[in-house]
Write a protein that binds this ligand. Sequence first.
Ligand SMILES: [Zn+2]
Ligand SMILES: [Zn+2]
Length: 305
Amino acid sequence: MEKSEIRKDYFQEKYVIVAPKRAKRPHKVLIKEEDQVTLCHFCPDQIEKESIISKTSSHENGWDVLVINNKFPALIEDNPRAFGKQEVVIETPEHNKEIHELSIEHIEKIIDTYIDRFDTLSKIKGVRYVIVFKNEGGKAGASIAHAHSQVVALPLLPPDIKEEYQSYGNYQVENGTCPYCDVIKKETGKSRVIWENEHFFVVSPFASQFPYGAWFLPKRHFKTMNEMTVGEKKSLATALKVLLAKLDQIDTAYNYFFHNSANGEDYHMHLKLEPRPNIWAGLELGTGVVINPVPPEDAAKFYRQ
Ligand SMILES: [Zn+2]
Ligand SMILES: [Zn+2]
């Protein structure tokens, strides 16, 4: 791809200007060895017992994945003016381990923990939407944060989610099919495919708003993450490990989050990975039209290498 190209999302009213820059790909940032960390709130010896919600372990006293209450939540259950719940999933007791460095079995435990918290928080009366997500700052940031994810229960259906559900519904009415099932059909065998096995299909979407953006789509059509089979969870863990290890090579900040049905209505559960090597500025914030300097075809090739 030489020239820029305006692309529209598969089914949403979202646009991206894919504008390949001749500039080289960002290289991994070399940083000095971390200074001795004096205080990390997510290291085992710093965890306050009363904040622990649940843990998974393969040994008696320790834990592999720990869930705690967010220490400074903006939303709490006994505030009717900002009702909700915020939890932190600590992905490993080891301070300097990143998620892609953990075993597939360990990542499966993290996914099981996500599912457990999604299930539990979804059942709280007054909760309208539960999001499971991870923010990873990249090593170029000031500090390496102990690997963790977050689960937030909201008392409202977020507008972005509502809009996506509406586009999903419109597509179904017009085509009689699921847009995500159709993405798998349309992209199979194409240059944007990153990874696939019998359970999952990972693609760099045609109109990715994010450089190196990826969608993790289960091949089976189901509504929420708690419906994943053992095989599907293992596949997702494997695909996450592969992609995040690759992303670590260019050391970029990223988010990933699960998209679930919120209201029991038909949906195709999936996970979206959105790296953020560049900062959104005037055009993006003022118009919602985004520039992506990495064509999805190149991104897919990068992940496959
Ligand atoms: Zn730590
Ligand atoms: Zn589907």
